[in-house]
Ligand binder design. Structure first.
Ligand code: HEM
Length: 456
């Protein structure tokens, strides 16, 4: 059978090792072994904001063994790299270092090859598809919210929901005894991928890699059955995909996209939902605004896409939470050819990082940037005057998150169900403990008091 073939692209010829020949660029000296990691790891933003003031919009910092990477800061740099009009910035080589487990996923493809796969995935995020997904999402949300009460870990709740949504909607796996292995292996991969890369026997990373291999094998074995069936999940529908010449996707490509989608939708959404719960618990005035919006809209028990599409207050809280806590703190790329930026020549095959939060916390763009003010995204300043490339929790341009609308709908459906039944109150004092890299997320647990409203 003829399959949709892989396409060769300009980044294929690039050496796997990025250049370290960056001594001509400004930047802080790093420790010979730790580079600038001790400043970057606890929270990269304050350090990068300071470096931007000192060196401008293009500078280098040192990672392990002080290998230099180029930081490009500011909305203009975001626009230049993310729109990538000249086809120069490889997402695959940028992400490969951190996410080799996602090889073959759309994020890990470049240029013409990326455009082809992005186009074939696009229909799965169209309103019709989202309408169908929402039926399943509502059911899973109802199940989660029904079990709540008292002080609980909001992060754990959000992770469980994101796992069930991902496996059901993208994989077509409902949590039953028969799918226990798939669920357990997915959890192992999701946890282990964030762990330190130790290949020692028994390490979390090594267990995750084993689980990934089992999971891939299990998915590959299911392809023929899914092709014959009529499942409406992404996995089933991708097995039945045909391009205009009647060629199906290679089985490996189907599995890579399903696996990648579960992954891309998981930690990001879990972090966002958990920190949104936290923000609403800390800001009862905004919780009251969101509840007032829900009361006025009167969505049904299982809200429809149309009902959820008009929730500007929840959307503003969502946007403001992501401004303060963008889950992806560094967007990586590698350039195929040299380019000039901010008066500097950046050589080919440099490791480049774009830090969204450096724009999100820039006082020149967002007034009083450290404070939680969703109003700026209602009719306030951020909606009117802010450069779209200054707010990029979902990236922008060629690789912009395909799940942006999906994530917003999930947040809307979740908070409609949650705030109808519960008041959220802080269960601990002070700011939440978060870790910033590789993904910004609560560190350990995020306790919140879920107080049932009828009981008041
Ligand atoms: C709050 C939740 C989410 C955040 C903050 C987020 C963030 C991001 C970011 C920053 C990128 C761009 C990476 C880059 O340019 O290097 C991205 C890409 C992507 N995201 Fe999300 N994401 C979220 C939820 C989701 C969900 C729910 C899905 C699936 C339904 C999803 C699917 C994808 C896909 C497929 C890509 C790759 C697009 C491409 O390469 O063309 N994301 N996401």
């Amino acid at each position: 059978m003829q399959y949709v073939p892989p396409i060769e692209v300009a980044s294929d010829g690039l050496s796997r090792t990025p250049t370290n020949d960056l001594g001509h660029l400004p930047g802080p000296r790093g420790h010979f072994y730790f580079g600038n990691l001790r400043d970057l790891l606890p929270d990269p933003t304050p350090f990068l904001l300071e470096m931007r003031v000192r060196y401008g919009d293009c500078f280098t910092v040192g990672l392990l063994r002080n290998r230099r990477v180029v930081v490009l800061a500011g909305p203009a740099a975001n626009r230049f790299v993310l729109l990538d009009g000249d086809g120069n910035f490889s997402s695959r080589l940028g992400w490969e270092v951190a996410l080799d487990v996602l090889r073959g996923f759309v994020l890990m493809r470049d240029f013409e090859d990326h455009a082809l796969h992005r186009a074939l995935l696009r229909p799965f995020f169209a309103p019709d598809a989202l309408r169908r997904d929402l039926v399943c999402m509502n059911r899973l949300i109802r199940d989660e919210v029904a079990g709540l009460g008292g002080a609980s870990d909001a992060y754990r709740l959000a992770k469980r929901l994101a796992l069930h949504v991902g496996l059901a909607i993208f994989g077509g796996f409902r949590a039953t005894q028969g799918t226990a292995r798939v669920y357990a292996d997915t959890v192992r991969v999701l946890d282990g991928v964030m762990a330190r890369r130790s290949r020692l026997p028994g390490s979390r990373y090594r267990r995750a890699m084993r689980a990934r291999d089992r999971l891939r094998a299990a998915l590959l074995a299911e392809v023929p059955g899914r092709r014959e069936g009529n499942g409406s999940d992404l996995f089933s529908r991708l097995t039945r995909f045909m391009d205009e010449s009647g060629r199906p996707l290679r089985e490996q490509d189907v599995v890579d996209h399903v696996f990648g989608m579960v992954f891309a939708a998981h930690e990001t959404t879990a972090s966002a939902l958990a920190l949104m719960m936290y923000s609403l618990a800390r800001h009862p005035e905004w919780q009251a605004e969101v509840r007032a919006e829900i009361v006025a809209a009167r969505p049904g028990v299982a809200p429809t896409l149309d009902e959820l599409s008009e929730m500007p207050v929840i959307e503003a809280v969502f946007r403001e939470t992501l401004r303060l806590y963008a889950p992806i703190q560094l967007l990586p790329r590698r350039n195929v050819r040299p380019f000039d930026w901010a008066g500097h020549r950046v050589p080919a095959n440099s490791h480049i990082l774009l830090p969204p939060q450096v724009c999100h916390r820039d006082a020149a763009t967002f007034e009083d940037p450290e404070s939680f003010q969703p109003g700026r995204f209602l009719d306030g300043s951020a909606r009117r005057d802010v450069d779209p490339f200054a707010w990029i929790p979902f990236g922008r341009g060629r690789h912009m998150c395909m799940g942006t609308h999906f994530a917003l709908v999930e947040a809307n459906a979740f908070f409609v169900a949650l705030l109808r039944s519960f008041d959220l109150e802080p269960a601990t004092a002070g700011a939440p403990a978060v870790e910033h890299l590789p993904v910004l997320r609560p560190s350990g647990s995020l306790p919140i008091a879920f107080v049932r409203r009828r009981a008041r």
